[in-house]
Design a protein around this ligand. Sequence first.
Ligand code: K7E
Ligand code: CUA
Length: 652
Amino acid sequence: MKKSILATLCVFVAAGLALAVLATSCGPQGKGGASADLRALMSARNLSEADVSAALKTYTPTGGKDEFYLFASGGHGGNLIVIGVPSMRILKYVGVFTPEPWQGYGFDEETREIMREGSPPGLSLTWGDMHHPALSETNGDYDGEFIFVNDKANARIAVVSLRDFATKQIVMSDLIQGDHGGTFVTPNTEYVIETAQFPAPLGGGYAPLSDYDDKYRGAQIFWKFDRARGRLVPEESWAIELPPYMQDLADSGKLVSEGFIFCNSFNTERAHGGIQQGNPALESGASQNDMDYLHVFDLRKAEAVVRRGGTTTIAGMRVITLPTLIEEGLLHFVPEPKSPHGVDVAPNGNDICVAGKLDTHVTVYDFAKIKALIEQKRYDGVDAYGVPILPFREAIRGQVEIGLGPLHTQFDDRGFAYTSVFIESKVARWSLADLALLEKTAVHYNIGHLCAAEGDALHPKGKYLIAMDKWSIDRFNDVGPLLPQNFQLIDISGDQMQVLYDLPIPLGEPHYAQMIAADKIKTIDMYTPVGTNPVTGQPHANAVVQESDARIERRADGVHVYMTLIRSHLTPDVIEVRKGDRVHMHVTSLEQARDATHGFAIDKYNLNLSVEPGKTCDAVFVADRSGVFPFYCTEFCSALHLEMAGYLLVKP
Ligand code: K7E
Ligand code: CUA
């Protein structure tokens, strides 16, 4: 054991990474940098010293914990991915927009209700297109309590509690159709921001595309968050009407810019397709103008307008209309080059970074200048809807020439900014102080977002960055035509960035992720007291907290089964009903031992519950087929797990 530790240290020395003091302990073995055994291993596996140094920076021995949690969107898989950094071990998929049977998510009544509430009336959507997770913040830094995620496809926002890593709420407003720009929080999480991508008549409804300029609109919703309840409050939320451009990502101001919201846009051309009608495709139609508009929105002034009732209600949502926004001076535009993707406010609060997909620069706006221009009403005209436009040159601090296809920017603790460069497949590091490009590191194909540790918070942590690469061609063993995405872990602590590890992501396309210090996450071990409803956190009305109370009751609305689970039996274990009965399962785990989870599945009734220690949940089904249907526990919970089973007898 001791020998291998010494050998390991020697490899550090070889890679030029160890402290000099350690070198003396390497003895004669240290001459070549590694022991003969290690050398043999390196050559057998064809590893360079750089490879070994990278391995040592990520390898986490059994029992070792990670320094950070990475929360990555699961893209069109609809679920959230939790990963430990630097080990890059996947810790959990959290069911959000898509049912996740091993969590009972979308199978028990409590979570089915979450999915129904977040769906159009009469429908229960079973997937989402998750793009941008946002951790809750306190004073501009992540606080580890909640994470919010959007569903681009159906314009929804979900709330996930980081106490139990479970979804608590999904909200959907009929105001908009499809949200790309979500989610972003204000520095104390008063609001969760959701922005429409596709202009459409607000509130649903029909208008022909020939009315696009007049009837189609963009919008940005400010969902009010009640932290004590852990819920978004639709009645206290409101929105703003925007011109029918494609509003993209947003960011909240911080420090000097706190109280302002920045949102980039593209397609200020208002192209809307119609290839067969002789119009340009959206991709070229939306790429004509050299400049689009950075939206600068005064949130504090807008709140006053909302308070005094200066809104119009559309689809149940209070909306500040575009004429009111203009009249009250709440919205200003600043030109931004060309079809940009995202806006990122630097930790100093004053530098606002925008990168153009079709421009080679990151443009750094100067908030102090923007504010002065607004105060002096120094306009370069107005847009087609009357929104005042500030002069570009007078609003910026400067531009950094980055390369082809710069997209998103993150920050570290040393004053560096990191921008993903999509077309070049690179990460660029540049200095905020003098706006100078320092270094570019090649990553695997088609990097989209990137994520540094707390890299969009007030106090970024540095150390690690994840390159979120969209293509993984040639990188992993072949798995057919649909390949995983690739997360590359990059060490950003040194003078040179170093790619350490590739993690294939086989669950949708993760667009964005956030990384938080692990010590900020405080989870519960189990649900207490026994009989807790995990969604509300309150005692469940149908809980049975001792086995002797387990029972079957026939009532007007069907058969109610009050069941308890404890190693290794289900009580009752025989359930007799008549064909056509509605069966209401009320299932409680009496366990209070950590990780002693039971499952509950009934054969051929499309039902699987996950019953963690202390949890109670309901499941309702109609016993519409007669026969004998075994039920059993789906978690291997004990030596007699296979015996944890029973029969549902459905009499003809
Ligand atoms: Cu894929 Cu933020 Cu939706 Cu950029 S987004 S790359
Ligand atoms: Cu309980 Cu297996």
